[in-house]
Design a protein around this ligand. Sequence first.
Ligand code: ADP
Length: 488
Amino acid sequence: LLARLKDPELLTAKGYIGGKWVSEAASGKTFEVTDPATGAVLAELPDLGVEETTRAIDAAYETQKEWAAKTAKERSVAMRKWNDLLLANADDLALILTAEMGKPLAEAKGEIAYGASFIEWFAEEAKRVYGDTIPGHQADKRIVVLKQPVGVVGAITPWNFPNAMITRKVAPAIAVGCTVISKPAEQTPLSAIAIAVLAERAGIPGGVFNVIIGTDGPAIGKELCGNDKVRKITFTGSTEVGRILMRQSADQIKKVSLELGGNAPFIVFDDADVDAAVEGAMISKYRNAGQTCVCANRLYVQAGVYDEFAEKLAKKVSESLKVGSGFEDGVTTGPLIDEQGLEKVKDHIEDALSKGARVVTGGKPDERGGTFFQPTVLTQVTSEMKVAREETFGPVAPLFRFETVDEVIAQANDTEFGLASYFYARDLSRVWKVAEALEYGMVGVNTGLISTEVAPFGGVKQSGLGREGSKYGVDDFLEIKYMCLGGI
Ligand code: ADP
């Protein structure tokens, strides 16, 4: 990997605390990062833990007031430079990302651009954190509303978007004057470190953005939640861990933002453009080998177009998807992140088949072995199967048949999750009614791709709290202060 990088310094195996690079853990322990496509060891890193987390919190705490005291424009200028550096180094950052995470190189490059876009966006938004003046309630009073940074933020992120999940949290936080301790997933710390290398080069002061790399997520998380210098926890990952973090944050009434699991329905109505729906399903279902929290998890197809949709989707999947290492030309589907991910996919398919589902294409681990899995389409799927209730997080499209609008809305909403949803229809009245009835934070209508820095990303129900991206994305990192001026 090193030999392929234009700038080998981007592949650094160190933590970053208070502007200093940390090459040794207090515990003396190390851990390895491996390539999921080959199992090859990419780097050996210091396994930072609670002690380093406390140090990072202290550094972030000491820096925060100074950082917040800068003008919004000053923070914005540094962030703009950071954005430019990410884009200028996109090729190297994508190589590192593909190596540690497995997604195809073209998708990794797309992620770097997507990740940088949050820095650009929030560098712009930094200058627009407006307050309010409110007409006074008594003749001698005036009312002013200020928005101020919440303070030190702990940001815990998963492996499926090793770059963008970090920038999406860190950019709005530091734009408004917070400082951050970032805890990337243990599978993909190298991308996080590379972002920090570029933050340092962009002139973001030490202590503003700290990176704790380590394998003991629960202990690091506990310190972030339990240390009263940290005022906010922002997390993307499983609902299970989200619950733990929310519970641990309760003692200090810490603010929390959570982007948790999804169980996205993808509905195709009789009046849909079926070819467009197939295209949308390809993107929504198979991107990142099905490992995104907004991936279509359940595909509901109305009876009138069910057979046509199933046939066209299966044809497209078997003809256009290519499984392999993310570094190979033309590969669309990399390995699953690990053995556990593979087992879940196998289990979901076995369960569905035992209850009457049929495999139209795929259905098995790929002949390459490892954690590669064949892109799969299942038909005759019913709500009794695991695929209806749990997030599969793999390249498996289960097709459910439905008859009426009311029936499919009830089924789509019959889940504790509420992140992304999608549907294809052309009748205008149906489009409005279905969009309003879906209990989800996001609805893609006639599209399978909804993520962008300009729109509010987030879920309802047990999919989370708060929104990331867009003008709303800064709210989660701001406190409202009301000033009542009397005696005027
Ligand atoms: P995934 O299934 O995507 O790995 P997780 O929710 O397990 O999702 O992990 C997401 C992030 O949360 C990772 O950075 C992981 O290290 C971290 N994590 C896991 N368990 C805990 C915990 N108990 N407290 C804090 N962070 C945790």
